[in-house]
Ligand binder design. Structure first.
Ligand code: ADP
Length: 189
């Protein structure tokens, strides 16, 4: 296996000037990591390219530096792994594995359709972690759209009930950093 030589995402490497809707102080406060001690859920919401994954990863890096265990996956990866574990009769074990990390980062909620049963599996995981461990979630979709995202309004409501109980919601309104040099190509809304 080749090592993943990805550029490390840090808070120092984040250009707050590019994203004026974002309160730098709130992010610095999160970097103190009290949300992990309190088993809270941090939501980063906003359109693609606005730095949600970057900030989630940077907080994860800060947590690792502080000696915390962190696990990060996209929602699609997580559900695929839970599906596989269920097929192999190891679901409880897999959920325990994801529950053990002090911080679980679930990236990219809302991009890919959830496979049948996927919402249910994710709910089981969230329920297992609820009030026991911190999470950071990133999504391009508002909470009102979660019924559609998870293909099941009842499970979506139950998920949100737990994920918004002890939660910090950071909404980023802004342009995509990926497209910053192509502003002329982006249609005006
Ligand atoms: P999102 O998760 O919101 O779709 P990402 O966090 O993946 O967006 O950001 C897309 C790319 O742009 C990444 O390479 C990220 O490091 C970079 N990026 C986004 N916003 C900023 C910023 N304000 N300063 C520096 N790099 C940024």
């Amino acid at each position: 296996r080749t090592a993943k030589l990805l550029p490390v995402k840090t808070l120092e490497g984040f250009d707050f000037g590019f994203q004026p809707s974002l309160d730098r102080e709130r992010i610095s406060a999160l970097a103190q990591l009290d949300f992990i001690r309190r088993s809270e859920v941090v939501h980063f919401l906003g359109p693609p390219g606005t730095g949600k994954s970057h900030l989630a990863t940077a907080l994860g890096v800060a947590a690792v530096k502080a000696g915390r265990s962190v696990y990060r996956a996209t929602l699609a990866e997580l559900i695929e792994a839970l599906n596989k574990a269920e097929r192999e009769g190891r679901l409880a074990e897999k959920i325990r594995f994801y529950t053990r990390a002090s911080l679980l980062i679930v990236d990219e909620i809302g991009y890919l359709p959830i496979t049948p049963g996927g919402a249910n599996l994710f709910f089981q995981l969230v329920n297992a972690r609820y009030e026991k461990g911190a999470m950071i979630l990133t999504s391009n979709r508002g909470f009102a759209e979660w019924g559609e995202v998870f293909g099941d309004p009842v499970v979506a409501t139950a998920l949100l009930d737990r994920l918004l109980h002890h939660a910090v919601v950071i909404q980023i309104e802004g342009a995509s950093y990926r497209l910053r040099r192509h502003a002329d190509l982006i249609p005006e809304h």
